[in-house]
Each structure stands twice: as C-alpha cells, then as structure tokens.
Design a protein around this ligand. Structure first.
Ligand SMILES: *Cc1c(COP(=O)(O)O)cnc(C)c1O
Length: 239
C-alpha cells in the first residue's frame, strides 16, 4: 500500500470508530480533503480512492490546483476507476474582490462570516446565473479568532443570508481554538452544534440547512462525536 493509501485507510478506520462510539452512520460524515499543502500526484491518488470533495483556503492556489485536477480528469476520461468530476470547497477567508473568481471554481463557500461578503456572493452568483451553497462560519472558541462571526450574531446573520435569492444557506462551519486542550476543543464543537440546532429548529433556512463542517486532522474524531457532518482534513493525509 502507498503512504497515502495507508493514511486514508487509517483515517477511515478512525472515522468508523468515532461513528460507532457515537451511534452514528458512517454515511452521515463527509470528508473534504484539504489540498493546500499537497503535491499534484498525491491529490491524484486521493481522487483515485474516490474522494471528490476537495478544499482550498486561498483563491490563487485554488485556481492553480483546480486547473491541474481538471486536466488530470480530462486525460483520464476513459478510465472508469477515476471519478468524472470533483467538487471544490472554499474554506478560507475570502476577500470580496476574489468572489467572482471563486464562484467560477467552487461548489460551496464554507467561510462566509459577514453580511457584506454574503451580499457580494449573492450579487456575483446572480450575474453568473447560479445558486451558490454557503456555510455560515462562526467563531465558537472562547478566545478571539480572526475569522468567523461571533456566536451572538449567528442567528441574525443566518436570517439575512437565507433571504438572498442566489445563495443557499446549507449549514455552519467552525474551527476549534488552537489549543492542545481537548476539553476546550470539545466545548467549542458542542457550542457549534447547539447553534446549528437552534437555527435548524427555527426553520430559518429550511430542510437544506443540514451541514455542520467542523473537525480537522487533529480533532476530527471529537468533531464527529459532537455531531460534525463534514470534516476538513489535510495534513493527516498529505504530511
Ligand atoms: C488547512 C485547513 C484545514 C485542514 O487542516 P489540517 O490540520 O491540515 O487537517 C481545515 N480547515 C481550514 C479552514 C483550513 O484552513
């Protein structure tokens, strides 16, 4: 087995374990493979293993890697073992002047944390004649983080995002605080889950509001135990 295949297997076993511990179906958890540190051959191998949801945090790099991946898929069009297409997720801070370019590449923008950014995404989606799936990024850690809407603003922002005709608010995204303290990590995921349930319960965004994107290489098992439906994993696969 190659190194990448080995790591993917380990991660899948750990996901299965965390799902079993928390009485969840493995199908309820999707992995977004974060390619920001990866070389193209490694990304190709991950795709060969059937992972088709890929994430990037910088538009510039997203464009480059998405082009390379598109060429790889086109070259292997006749190979039934390789998926026909992949779906890109923007997971990092997004400047409004990069919105248009991002929308041309991405299926989902996970890092929407201000009204102004949502408005620009809506405007540009309208111009492109598309509907864009977005997640509201919230900051659930007890310490101030640079990005993510404050918890207290989440409900109101969700209401505003839900009224924008070319956006579909499909869930929440959060990042754990940078700490080795697993209890604090767990507490921030639990908080995100509460806010997710609140917004879901108020029927602000309807039945399509179903994704809770949390958990990275260091903490995805805790995230699953606290209700994550989407994990964003990079270094555990590629480093
Ligand atoms: C880099 C990144 C990840 C993946 O982190 P790893 O620790 O490499 O798994 C997930 N989410 C965001 C927003 C990132 O920037």
């Amino acid at each position: 087995m190659s190194v990448i295949a080995d790591k993917l297997k380990t991660i899948q076993d750990e996901i299965a374990g965390a799902c079993a511990r928390s009485g969840r179906s493995e199908k309820s958890v999707k992995v977004v493979v974060v390619t920001k540190t990866a070389a193209l051959p490694a990304i190709q191998e991950v795709i060969r293993h059937g992972f088709v949801d890929l994430g990037e945090n910088r538009v510039q790099h997203l464009k480059q890697v998405a082009d390379e991946v598109r060429a790889f898929l086109a070259d292997n069009h006749d190979d039934p073992s390789i998926p026909d297409k992949v779906h890109w997720h923007m997971i990092g801070h997004l400047q409004r002047n990069k919105v248009k370019q991002t929308l041309q590449l991405c299926k989902m923008v996970q890092s929407v944390d201000t009204l102004r950014l949502a408005e620009e995404l809506n405007t540009q989606s309208h111009k492109l004649g598309i509907h864009t799936n977005i997640l509201l990024q919230i900051n659930c850690s007890s310490e101030p983080q640079k990005y993510g809407a404050p918890v207290g603003a989440a409900g109101h922002l969700a209401e505003q995002f839900a009224t924008m005709p070319n956006l579909r608010l499909v869930g929440l995204m959060t990042m754990a605080p940078l700490t080795m303290d697993k209890n604090r990590v767990r507490a921030s995921f639990a908080r995100a889950r509460e806010i997710f349930e609140e917004i879901h319960g108020e029927h602000i965004a309807g039945a399509k509001f179903k994704h809770l994107s949390m958990g990275m290489s260091q903490d995805f098992q805790i995230a699953i135990e606290e209700g994550a439906t989407m994990l964003r994993i990079g270094s555990a696969i590629f480093n």
